[in-house]
Write a protein that binds this ligand. Structure first.
Ligand SMILES: Nc1ncnc2c1ncn2[C@@H]1O[C@H](COP(=O)(O)OP(=O)(O)OP(=O)(O)O)[C@@H](O)[C@H]1O
Length: 427
């Protein structure tokens, strides 16, 4: 096969003239010239070879780039196709599980309110399919096809007091015994759990604070959270009473779940009586829902490890209506009365509330305490606030005793102040 030396005719300087593309075509010349010629040709061919190798390298990298681009576009096309399929799929209906039965039947309540008895897909995790769970239904058959993962419901995370105020025991007057009791029941299990393990006793699972409004129950719970650097999750009982079936129980589950995630944590359930009033036998739908929520609370309390770092404190103004089941041992087994402050307590609370204010030197806290028999800590706080407003109105630089006396008259004559007969329920 004739070997092509080069693909262009050439004009070389050695007395040779090519008459074709083959070596045999060279016109003869001297041997020396011929070897020079060959050397030159070899260099030319070497540089051409180098050039071709570079071009080949470039084409290789272009080929790799094109292949990667092809892969990238194939992936993008697959993603868009999947998205298109999903967008074309029929939207699912969201509902809540009311009850689950053995034969894969589920009683659900749609967001608009009606209830349906439907089939549940066999692929679903039966443990997750519990009353209160949120599920997605096929639009045609209403069959349960998905369980919507529980997320931090905004309403639950909104309950966490993330920036719990810098409340300390020193800002609470007239409750020294109660502070000691709550410190033993809540603070020590969080700060010195090993003491309970060493002695072999379990700390109280839940602490119930009861007493008239405005006596410092919430304040105490916040102070404990501050002392233990625990996440303070405040839940108001009435907020657990939800409109739809199962939502209250689900809220309780979410709250305990969040507390475990955010441990050490203190769950403070204010107005516990809103869900823990005595269970009535003859109940209508709404009471049944409240009971379901209460049962969930009891189940969570029975289920959780009381040596763990989640503590529960509840507060109520209505101990007389509480279901006895809620305060049996193993539930709220430490009950602490937060009573109205006595004379000395009121004087202390007056000092606490005026401590950071500009007041005249002649302010007599003992006299103010004598004049406010039956006032709660909140009433005393209101008196000091009113006195401050009077001083501002008179453009004074500080609060005078007369401002405080005027405020005592105003607040103590207000219908909100606890009277003797309303205290009967706490006796
Ligand atoms: N013992 C106290 N010492 C100092 N301040 C108090 C005391 N009790 C109440 N206060 C004042 O009253 C305010 C309300 O108190 P707190 O919210 O703790 O009352 P509560 O018992 O939880 O009321 P409720 O039962 O209505 O929820 C407090 O922020 C504080 O300013």
């Amino acid at each position: 096969m004739s070997e092509t030396i080069d693909d262009e005719p050439r004009n070389d300087n050695y007395g040779f003239h090519s008459i074709g593309n083959n070596a045999g075509d060279l016109v003869s010349g001297s041997d020396e010239d011929f070897s020079k010629y060959l050397l030159d040709r070899m260099k030319q061919l070497e540089s051409r070879n180098t050039l071709l190798k570079e071009q080949c390298g470039q084409m290789e990298s272009e080929k790799r780039f094109m292949e990667s681009q092809k892969l990238k576009y194939e992936r993008e096309s697959h993603r868009l196709q999947t998205e298109l399929d999903q967008l074309k799929s029929v939207p699912l209906v969201v509902a809540n599980v009311v009850d689950v039965f053995d034969d894969d039947k589920v009683l659900i309540r749609s967001s608009t309110g009606p209830q349906f008895l439907v089939k549940a897909s066999l692929e679903l995790d039966k443990d997750m399919l519990a009353p209160g769970a949120r599920v997605a239904l096929n639009q045609q058959t209403l069959a349960v096809v998905e369980i919507i993962p529980e997320s931090d419901e905004p309403v639950v995370s909104a309950m966490e007091v993330i920036d719990s105020q810098e409340v300390d025991y020193s800002q609470i007057g007239g409750l020294d015994d109660q502070i000691r009791e709550i410190s033993e029941s809540v603070e020590l299990p969080l700060t010195r759990p090993e003491s309970f393990v060493r002695i072999g006793i379990s700390p109280p699972k839940g602490v119930m604070l009861y007493g008239p409004p405005g006596t410092g129950k919430t304040l105490l719970a916040k102070a404990v959270a501050h002392r233990t650097h625990a996440t303070f999750i405040r839940v108001v009982g009435s907020e657990l009473v939800q409109k739809y079936i199962g939502d209250g129980a689900k809220l309780v589950r979410d709250i305990f779940e969040m507390a475990r995630k955010k441990a050490p944590a203190i769950i403070f359930i204010d107005e516990l009586d809103a869900i823990a009033a005595t269970r009535l036998n003859d109940t209508n739908g709404a009471d049944r829902e409240v009971q379901r929520t209460l049962m969930q609370l009891l189940a969570e309390m029975d289920g959780f490890d009381n040596r763990g770092d989640v503590r529960i404190i509840a507060a109520t103004n209505r101990p007389d209506v509480l279901d006895p089941a809620i305060i049996r041992p193993g539930r709220f087994d430490r009950v602490i009365e937060i009573s109205l402050p006595d004379q000395i307590g009121r004087e202390t609370i007056f000092r606490i509330h005026t401590d950071r204010l500009s007041i005249d030197d002649d302010v007599d806290h003992a006299k103010l305490a004598k004049l406010t028999e039956g006032a709660s800590g909140a009433d005393i706080g209101a008196i000091v606030m009113e006195a401050g407003m009077f001083a501002v109105r008179q453009n004074n630089d500080s609060i005078s005793m007369s401002n405080l006396l005027e405020a005592v008259d105003k607040v103590m004559s207000s219908p909100d102040v606890i009277t003797d007969q309303s205290l009967q329920m706490f006796s």
